[in-house]
Design a protein around this ligand. Structure first.
Ligand SMILES: Cc1cc2nc3c(=O)[nH]c(=O)nc-3n(C[C@H](O)[C@H](O)[C@H](O)COP(=O)(O)OP(=O)(O)OC[C@H]3O[C@@H](n4cnc5c(N)ncnc54)[C@H](O)[C@@H]3O)c2cc1C
Length: 233
């Protein structure tokens, strides 16, 4: 189906949010993604998946893309595509890695880098629905300059949403530096005894390390939902 870029926002030096009008896109649920296909003049095509950052049912929809230097698709979406340009979409896709506002149980969101995107859709949906389900977000990012949605998350953080950020390479003065480990998980996430649904999203290596840590802390495998964004970042 065809979509049109109707707006954009720079999130960081290497990431951009695209606002897309897609009249034929079916109803969306927080956590889902779309496939974007680019076709070159010679007919060569390349397709990649991008999670929806916009809340369930919102129009227009939004995706946030991180540029990979030697990437086929992401550099075009982050640097070249312009307002008014058409894009070819397929979706929405996904039924397991989703949060629905009917869910009342505690929710733990754990993001690595661009893995924050679908979790932000869940945060926005949770707020829009005035849901009372306790929400907690642990956001792993290389350094402060690579944080997405900074002002919005700071604004939304409060009794309904607890936000913790961990920096793996460089941190503000006084903040710890390092990858999220089991000690961080036990300190900064909803305990297993509270039977939260845990959503983990990011590069493959990050997701696997976090899922192992959660199992080690006693979370039930069926309560851990994972979304891998591809090669180990
Ligand atoms: C379900 C799903 C949802 C996704 N949602 C998003 C999203 O919301 N935002 C977003 O920015 N990306 C998202 N991705 C990743 C996206 O689909 C692409 O993999 C990414 O944009 C790179 O594509 P490319 O064509 O630019 O790079 P490619 O040409 O595919 O790869 C170029 C180089 O980058 C490396 N690379 C590619 N992808 C990754 C990665 N994820 N981590 C580390 N190294 C990588 C490759 O090893 C290669 O060396 C998602 C992936 C999946 C499977």
């Amino acid at each position: 189906m065809s979509a049109r870029v109707t707006g954009m926002r720079r999130e960081t030096a290497t990431a951009r949010t695209l606002v897309l009008e897609a009249p034929e896109l079916g109803d969306t649920v927080a956590g889902q993604h779309v496939d974007i296909r680019l076709t070159a003049e010679d007919g060569y095509t390349a397709q990649r998946s991008y999670s929806l950052a916009s809340p369930s049912g919102a129009r227009p929809v939004e995706v946030t893309v991180e540029r990979f230097e030697d990437g086929e698709v992401s550099p075009y979406l982050v640097e070249d595509v312009a307002v008014g340009d058409p894009l070819e979409l397929r979706g929405p896709i996904g039924g397991w890695f989703v949060w629905r506002q009917e869910q009342a149980e505690p929710v733990q969101l754990i993001a690595g880098g661009s893995g924050i995107v679908p979790l932000m859709a869940m945060v926005r949906t949770h707020a829009a629905a005035l849901s009372t389900a306790p929400f907690r977000l642990l956001y792993g990012v290389q350094d402060p300059d690579r944080r997405y949605y900074r002002d919005e998350l700071d604004r939304r953080a409060g009794p309904a949403l607890q936000v913790d950020v961990r920096y793996s390479r460089r941190a503000p003065a006084g903040a710890p530096v390092g990858r999220i480990g089991v000690a961080d998980l036990s300190l900064l996430t909803v305990p297993a005894e509270q039977r939260p649904t845990v959503y983990v999203c990011g590069p493959t290596g990050f997701v696997e390390a976090i899922a192992d840590g959660l199992l080690h802390l006693g979370h039930a495998p069926e309560r851990i939902r994972t979304e891998r964004f591809g090669p180990s970042g």
